[in-house]
Design a protein around this ligand. Structure first.
Ligand code: LAC
Length: 306
């Protein structure tokens, strides 16, 4: 399968590297900045002998090179600076995304699109509208990254291995994120039964702030190691037809009582993209949190007509 990555910044280049090393397909890295995608792909090629790996990766400036891709990952756009919210990127990134999505529609009409650019839930919606692709082929990567952050913080608190934690996060990839303590399992047991409310609340807050914490440490640019791992996880589920359940930002048509926005919920991913939307049984409080998160996405969508 041909997998194109648009945007060869930290997230794009590392996603390309991880997907190449996982042998998910032939990778094409594209960036409008002269020489950047090509330079990074030549560098990645040179690791093949050390890694005893045989993967195919190419890089260039020409968007036409994404032609007939099976998967296109969009990482193009600006990243947050310290003190910025993801939503503040909306104006700049929506014009970049629009252009990219028109090219995808023309050049790779059968592709499954994985959106990474922020503000994620709005950019995923924009990708759906501009490409006109069916909703199963537009996937935003956000809450699976948040879930991995949540699992990491829980494992540190409990001094356990992160793989002992099965995290669940839904909602917006932003301030409206909802890490679900009741549905998150630690060695099979609900987190709510293991930690007291005060400890859980502090973990929820730290999870929601984790991206900003990293941005503020870095000073310029945002996280890339965990985001690229999360991209590779989504593309692997598609490329290997894993039928894997992961949190992802998808278009809802009434599921959870939500319509006509893209928001993070658990989905089953396979060769057709989103193969199922998993309905979690939510308490009244959890439902209200999800509706509030959906309302905040809806409000932003109303302010910007794409
Ligand atoms: C983050 C970016 C990828 O959460 O949104 O780090």
């Amino acid at each position: 399968m041909k997998i194109s990555v648009i945007g060869a910044g930290n997230v794009g280049a590392l996603s390309a590297m991880r997907m190449a090393e996982l042998k998910l397909g032939d990778i094409v890295l594209v960036d409008i900045a002269k020489g950047v995608a090509q330079g990074k792909s030549l560098d990645l090629e040179d690791t093949r002998s050390i890694l005893k790996a045989d993967y195919d990766i190419k890089g260039c400036e020409d968007i036409n090179s994404i032609e007939d891709s099976g998967v296109v990952v969009i990482t193009a756009g600006l990243a947050r600076k310290p003190g910025m919210t993801r939503e503040e990127l909306l104006t700049k990134n929506s014009s970049i995304l629009k252009d990219v999505c028109l090219n995808i529609r023309k050049l790779a009409p059968e592709a499954i699109v994985v959106v990474v650019t922020n503000p994620l839930d709005l950019m995923t919606y924009l990708a759906l509208k501009v490409t006109g692709f069916s909703k199963n082929r537009i996937i935003g990567m956000g809450v699976s990254l948040d879930a991995s952050r949540f699992a990491n913080l829980i494992s540190q608190e409990l001094k356990l291995n992160p793989t002992d934690v099965t995290p669940v996060v839904i909602g917006a990839h932003g301030q409206g994120m909802i890490p679900l303590a009741r549905h998150t399992r630690v060695k099979g047991e609900s987190l709510e039964k293991i930690l007291n409310k005060e400890k859980i609340d502090s973990l929820l807050k730290r999870t929601i702030e984790r991206g900003a914490e990293i941005v503020s440490c870095l000073g310029s640019g945002s996280a890339f190691f965990a985001p690229s791992a999360a991209v590779a996880e989504v593309v692997k589920a598609i490329a290997k037809d894993e039928k894997k359940v992961l949190g992802a930002c998808v278009y809802l048509t009434g599921e959870y009582g939500i319509k006509d926005i893209c928001i993070g919920v658990p989905v089953c991913l396979g060769k057709n993209g989103v193969e199922d939307i998993i309905k979690l049984e939510l308490s009244d409080g959890e439902k209200k949190e999800l509706m509030d998160s959906a309302d905040s996405i809806q409000n932003l969508l109303r302010q910007f007509s794409f």
